[in-house]
Ligand binder design. Structure first.
Ligand SMILES: Cc1ncc(COP(=O)(O)O)c(C=O)c1O
Length: 383
């Protein structure tokens, strides 16, 4: 035991030396850090709606379904919500998963075989990277958003198996948008299949329903699977995969993280139903968050800070070095804004940054104050 703990301590000391040590920090100050883009998670009307559903719930298993979906964990409420989620995304079917991480693992490991080839954007989320490792397939990691690289890779024949292209829609760390329409055209042209992780766009993009960038680009029916999460703009926890009904039937039969886990509890279903109700009732939240994020980008740009090619609620501020990112984050936190530093390995070496998340319930004054403080702290930290 001691030898192992000594080794672990050595590794942690190395992380400290490289400004890469992590510890858990409680929330403090104005939230510019979570993915609660629409400001739903603390909204009184949302809370009241969830509580009302909870109060009305009855039956033996009204809080949890303590079994897997394929056993007694399935209820009509699950199926009804999945029907609503499919309509929301504009697909034939949908399937709930306990989390987005599990959904990506469950989708890709079910679908991709070792003889298949997967094109994956260099900035795809860790859950996609981990899933592809488990698939033991041939991976082609293409440069971030590089349509030409995708086209070149697709043009090379791959007779052994299928070819998939997997991408986030709104990238979680750069806040930029994938060219989904071009990807849909290219995959169709080359007989490949498109998979979209719409986690950060769900609830934020899409004029009619707010269901995400697959709606905004009108490619809902051209992707074989679309992942969405409830733990971001919908202010909750959990995830679902949307796509052709046959794909959903396949996942029910083949996706081990779906099959061998306890059903998403009714307790969460009440929340998801209430969140969808709020989205329908208050579409103005989408416009509000977009306007506020543009306002912040505008201020930061005039202060000579690099917010990359972001659009939508995620505003990165590139600082490159981890120690500078940490120093600036600490300085901004001391002024009352909860902004966190993002360092390797979450982002590539030399691209450490702040990741600011703007919410629909922020005020203009809060956004302006953050921008002014941030510009000043960066200037002082660089001296
Ligand atoms: C693009 C993307 N996909 C999937 C996930 C995982 O979702 P969850 O937090 O529900 O596990 C995340 C989480 O941050 C994400 O950013």
């Amino acid at each position: 035991m001691k030898a192992l703990l000594d080794d672990l301590q050595g590794e942690l000391e190395q992380l400290h030396a490289e400004s890469l040590f992590r510890s858990l920090a409680d929330p403090q100050g104005v939230d510019f850090s979570t993915n609660d883009y629409l400001g739903l998670s603390g909204d009184p009307a949302f809370r009241a709606a969830v509580l009302e559903k909870l109060t009305q719930a009855s039956g033996t298993h009204c809080l949890s379904s303590p079994a897997s979906r394929l056993l007694r964990g399935n209820t009509p409420r699950h199926r009804e919500l999945e029907k609503r989620l499919a309509d929301f995304k504009g697909t034939e079917g949908a399937l709930l998963f306990p989390s987005g991480y599990q959904a990506n693992i469950g989708l890709l490991t079910a679908l991709v075989s070792p003889e298949d080839r997967v094109l994956s954007d260099a900035q795809n989320h860790a859950s996609i990277i981990d899933a592809l490792r488990l698939c033991r397939c041939r991976k082609i990691v293409f440069p971030h958003l590089d349509v030409q690289a995708v086209e070149d890779a697709l043009a090379q024949s791959h007779s052994e198996g299928r070819t998939f292209l997997v991408t986030e829609s709104l990238f979680s760390m750069d806040g930029d948008v994938a060219p989904l329409k071009s990807y849909a055209e290219l995959t169709e042209k080359h007989g490949a299949y498109l998979i979209v992780d719409d986690a950060h766009a769900t609830g934020v993009f899409g004029e009619a329903r707010g269901s995400g960038l697959t709606e905004a680009f009108e490619i809902e029916k051209r992707a074989v699977a679309i992942l969405s999460t409830f733990g971001k703009a919908l202010g909750l926890f959990g995830a679902f995969i949307a796509g052709p009904q046959l794909m959903i039937e396949y996942l029910i039969n083949r996706s081990r993280p779906f099959i061998f886990t306890t059903a998403v509890p009714p307790l969460l279903l009440y929340g998801i139903e209430a969140a969808l109700d709020r989205l329908e009732a208050e579409p103005q939240r989408r416009q509000r968050v977009s306007d506020l994020a543009d306002r912040l980008r505008d201020h930061l740009g005039r202060g000579n800070l690099n917010t990359l090619k972001s659009s939508g609620p995620i505003v990165p501020v590139l600082l490159e070095e981890s120690d500078l990112a940490l120093k600036v984050a600490t300085g901004v936190q001391q002024r009352g804004h909860d902004v966190r530093a993002i360092r390797p390995p979450t982002v590539a070496p030399g691209t450490a940054r702040l990741r600011i998340s703007v919410h629909a319930d922020h005020s203009e004054q809060q956004v302006d104050q953050l921008a002014a403080d941030l510009i000043e702290v960066v200037r002082e930290s660089r001296l």
